[in-house]
Design a protein around this ligand. Structure first.
Ligand code: SF4
Length: 196
């Protein structure tokens, strides 16, 4: 039997222990050394946005793959909280954390729909048609119902037959401009999804 020094003995037992521990974890040291770690977000496009669900309006980072320059369709595959956003500082509640499923849900509505009076079926229409229709109906209703003065001559400039529900995920600036436009039209019934 060959002579083994104390130093050689410690080297052998140390290497054997490390090898058997790694093997217990499911891989051999040789495989572990050969493996190159694949980062999930490597080559992804990062886009900042706002969670649409509630009035907290947390900032999110959306990651998509698919280079449009190579005619590949972009697809979002991961969403996480934006650590630089002052509202949520990188955190998301369970609803926000599941946004990627909401985006890819087969029942998600991605275009305007129109249901004609007296019918039960909804039909898709273009954004241009939807906006033209909304603008036309607003004008018609305002022309018919705008109240400039009360019966005793007091100027009020009210439009009481139409209301507005604003989005909670708007920035302060968007909310300010929305408020100015709605009030300048004379609309008094104005609420926000932030309260829902
Ligand atoms: S992540 Fe949760 S708390 Fe934040 S905006 Fe979305 S639903 Fe609201």
């Amino acid at each position: 039997m060959p002579e083994v020094t104390r130093r050689q003995f410690l080297k052998i037992t140390g290497a054997t222990l490390a090898g058997s521990s790694l093997a217990l974890l499911g891989f051999t040291p040789q495989e572990a050394l050969a493996e190159v770690r694949q980062f999930k977000l490597a080559r992804a496009t990062e886009t900042r946005n706002t969670c649409p669900y509630c009035s907290v309006a947390c900032g999110v980072l959306m990651y998509s793959l698919g280079d449009k320059a190579k005619n590949a369709k972009s697809s979002i595959f991961h969403i996480e909280g934006d650590p630089d956003h002052p509202v949520n500082r990188g955190t998301l509640c369970p609803k926000g954390a599941s946004l990627v499923d909401f985006i890819h849900s087969p029942s998600r509505l991605v275009h305007p729909e129109y249901r004609a009076p007296g019918t039960t079926d909804w039909q898709p229409i273009s954004w241009d048609d939807a906006l033209d229709r909304i603008a036309g109906l607003l004008k018609k209703d305002r022309d018919a119902n705008f109240i400039a003065k009360t019966a005793d001559g007091l100027t009020v400039n009210r439009w009481l037959s139409t209301g507005m529900l604003a989005a909670s995920a708007s920035s302060n600036e968007t909310g300010y401009v929305t408020h100015k436009i709605i009030r300048s039209l004379g609309i008094l019934a104005f609420d926000n999804q932030a309260r829902v």
